[in-house]
Write a protein that binds this ligand. Sequence first.
Ligand SMILES: *Cc1c(COP(=O)(O)O)cnc(C)c1O
Length: 378
Amino acid sequence: MSFQTDTIHAGVAPDKAYGAIMTPIYQSSTFVFEDIGKHKGFDYTRSGNPTRKALEDSLCALEECSSAVAVTTGMAAITTVLNIFRTGDEIICTDDCYGGTSRLMKTVEEHFGIRVHFVNLQTAENLLPYVNERTRAVWVETPSNPLLNLVDIARVASLSRENSLLTIVDNTFLSPYGQKPFELGADIVVHSTTKYLNGHSDVVGGAVLSNSEELDQKLKFLVNALGTCAQPFDCWLVLRGIKTLVLRMREHERNAQAVADFLYNHPKVKQVFYPGLPSHPQHELARKQQKSFGGMVSFELDGSIEDVNRVLTGTKLFSLAESLGGVESLIEHPATMSHASMDREHREAAGITENVIRLSVGIEDSDDLLEDLGLALG
Ligand SMILES: *Cc1c(COP(=O)(O)O)cnc(C)c1O
């Protein structure tokens, strides 16, 4: 089946009890046994739930892999994956990852002695000097947040394989519509389904996907042992969001391209970060590796911090808020909002200056979005 057909049908079958065409919300903590040792596939919702199973089957079809676990948030997905590792293990992580990811990795390093090396992976070979006999995995996020830098997933995966390391990709920014990390050699894919997969800013959720029996068993064990599993109602919301993923992503990309072109030609904008612009230093890699340039655009304003604040509070359609991937447009300030949890030194080394503004471009009419930005920029 095509991707678009899978967004509507994968994992979802008419309900066996009454033929409901939409997956019911099985809001039940426990399930009655038919006999001793015999139940209908589910016994307790932490271990498994039919609504969650439908979402997991849908995600598997979309990422074209063999296993998925749906968890409470994107951070729960990352927590679950980090629990694969043990004290003494080392991880190499892309240096401009999501603020919450770097904060969690630093905590895990301090509390549990799992060493994390933050490395600029825009050149994949930069990981090699950090590989030793304790290294277990390379953590990739591409495009990165908020500067939309890319990592060549196929190149990293091939270097990882040569060194027996896992390649883990956070695919939140593009969703499986825009990028297929398993095709490029990833071993594990994580998502914050809060973002494009759900797409309506009304739930927080996450998922971990894998493509091997061994990882599948480890991850399912961990979700049940840690209790990171997603709630039935949240799973139902994400399933509902996925049905319009293709339509939303097309509009997000179209609008983001229009916004990026507009900003690129604006005299008060110093630099625009969008993989769809030919001026993006990794535009060719984006064309090769991605099926969409996505809906996120960042830019560096030419001006003072007062000018930056005027833009942040001057838009009417773009709301000043964190998060991304919803149908409505958002504007935010990485240095004081999404990336405030990253220490200043790490943030500035990654190039996230105070003048960087990030946009999550929604699916409103593009002329209205450009007018709104134009007025705020003055
Ligand atoms: C939002 C986000 C996360 C964390 O997800 P939550 O659902 O907020 O816990 C992780 N990675 C990326 C790239 C994100 O954008």
